[in-house]
Design a protein around this ligand. Structure first.
Ligand code: 4AD
Ligand code: MG
Length: 477
């Protein structure tokens, strides 16, 4: 007999009568009611046990965390809280669990506590909702690109080049850390390392994606990226997943239009494909907001906020316009910002981004045309001589969710930028060659997958939206 998942039962209860289901006990009360969950849905199946028919030894073992196989008849429930329930005929313990030791008790646990139990936290309703939505969002992303005739490319994870030029890479080596080979100047001889040169985990698949865009036209990557930046914030991971589309013949404006369309599509898709998970998280979010002081509370509910982003035209402003707004803003004048905005050219901090999105425009914002000095070497120089065709998309509660640009397709200008930035030109010989053979304007961007999931699920910390987070001083599990 094929195994039945609870989601199928709840979607079409009238199709099921006598069924066998498997799952884990969420709660067991009055020696009679088991709330069973198999992970396919946030909803539990209430299993009603007739203790006269059930072996006492089995009854004694039923507790939160136990894995069960239950056979019975699905009937309409007269009780509150569920439409259907299972009148248990036979029950079998598949995996025992000691209720004294099982950490996931049927009560509210803090996220901090659950991070220490990351191997078991998926058995909570909140974490399972997040991870189902994460999975559906990943599917939505592939679906969107397939519809738009994009090709999925897998770019290398081990690389010799620092695509972002920020020097925040994790080294990959097989050299003996106790006794590495040195040259006569006491420098480590990476020539003798596994790849015959110094290599690291990639910070971005963009440069290789550009090569593929200039042959396949429109491509995207969706893979893990690694950054050794020491930012212990609620929005940074050392290992995260990034989606990087790259489009030949797109200019910055095409890029912004496409990114906006993309974000709206995938959010809409997930809302309509995970209704129960979003309802659960929406209620949770409302309860959390209620606990906050009134002035800190979000003006919108979670689903409302997502719909707002879907239906809103993103506000577009240049970096220069953003600086003017910020310079004249109340928090700047009253010195409430930690980093005061003084002159044109300084980088925007997340407090500034959030002010623009949450207070000033009350809308997602795209900032474009940034000072060339604060952006990566590959971004296309504008004719003003001081800005580049960069664009960042800022979301409420998150700040930067997308970073992208038009790419410099002119060989001479790119070469100049590379030397100004002190990037290793020899390493990028192939990237430069793309500008010699059929170079075309092209553009792309990177969407931080976890920041997207964080926005969609209303989590305040990014560590809750990836199964086993890696952050400074933490690589457990
Ligand atoms: O702005 P970033 O650094 O851009 C790039 O890497 C480009 N190569 C993208 C491109 O044009 N193809 O990163 C892109 C996005 C950010 O907007 C953010 O959402 C996410 O990646 N991101 C992080 N997410 C979690 N933890 C981190 N440490 C992140 N760093 C960036
Ligand atoms: Mg960025």
């Amino acid at each position: 007999m094929p195994l039945i998942r609870l989601v199928e039962v709840f979607n079409n209860p009238s199709n099921f009568k006598n069924i066998t289901v498997n799952g884990w006990v969420r709660t067991f009360r009055a020696n009679k009611f088991v709330a069973l969950n198999d992970g396919s849905t946030v909803n539990n199946l209430q299993c009603v046990i007739d203790f006269e028919k059930t072996d006492e030894k089995i009854l004694k073992k039923i507790a939160s965390g136990v894995a069960l196989k239950v056979k019975g008849e699905l009937v309409k429930s007269l009780g509150k809280g569920q439409d259907y329930e299972l009148l248990v005929d036979t029950i079998k313990i598949i995996g025992e669990s000691d209720p004294e030791l099982y950490p996931i008790q049927p009560k509210k646990h803090s996220f901090e506590f659950l991070r220490e139990k990351a191997h078991l936290r998926i058995r909570t309703s909140t974490m399972s909702c997040i991870m189902r939505i994460r999975s559906v969002l990943a599917f939505a992303i592939h679906e969107f690109f397939r519809k738009e005739s994009f090709f999925y490319v897998n770019t290398p994870i081990i690389t010799g080049s620092d695509a972002e030029g920020a020097g925040e890479m994790f080294r990959v080596t097989t050299l003996d850390p106790k006794n590495p080979p040195f040259d006569k100047y006491k420098n480590i001889e990476f020539k003798k390392d596994f790849f015959g040169k110094e290599t690291s985990l990639t910070v971005s698949g963009q440069l290789e994606a550009e090569a593929y865009a200039l042959g396949l036209g429109n491509v995207y990557t969706f893979g893990p990226t690694f950054r050794a930046e020491n930012s212990n914030t609620s929005r940074h991971l050392s290992e995260f997943w990034m989606i990087e589309p790259e489009m030949a013949f797109y200019d910055l404006n095409d890029n912004m239009n496409f990114a906006e369309k993309f974000l709206k599509y995938i959010l809409k898709y997930s809302l309509s494909n995970c209704p129960d998970d979003f309802t659960f998280l929406n209620d949770r979010y409302a309860k959390e907001e209620d606990k906050k002081p009134k002035i800190e509370r979000s003006e919108m509910g979670l689903i409302e906020k997502i719909n707002f982003v879907i239906n809103q035209k993103f506000k577009r402003i240049t970096y220069s316009e953003a600086i003017d707004i910020l310079r004249n803003s109340k928090p700047n004048k009253k010195k409430k910002f930690e980093y005061l905005i003084q002159e044109w050219g300084s980088d925007l901090q997340s407090e500034h981004e959030r002010f623009l999105v949450e207070k000033y425009f009350k809308s997602p914002v795209i900032i474009y045309d940034y000072p060339s000095k604060i952006k990566a070497f590959y971004m296309r120089a504008n004719s003003d001589g001081k800005t580049v065709g960069a664009m960042d998309i800022l979301f409420p509660g998150i700040g930067e969710i997308v970073g992208g640009s038009q790419r410099e397709e002119r060989l001479d200008i790119l070469e100049k930028r590379i030397s100004e930035f002190g990037v290793d030109k020899k390493e990028l010989w192939w990237y430069l060659e793309l500008r010699k053979f059929g170079s075309t304007p092209h553009s792309g961007f990177g969407l931080g997958f976890e920041r997207l999931v964080q926005f969609a699920t209303g989590m305040s910390n990014i560590r809750e939206v990836i199964p086993f987070p890696r952050t400074p001083n933490n690589a457990s599990f």
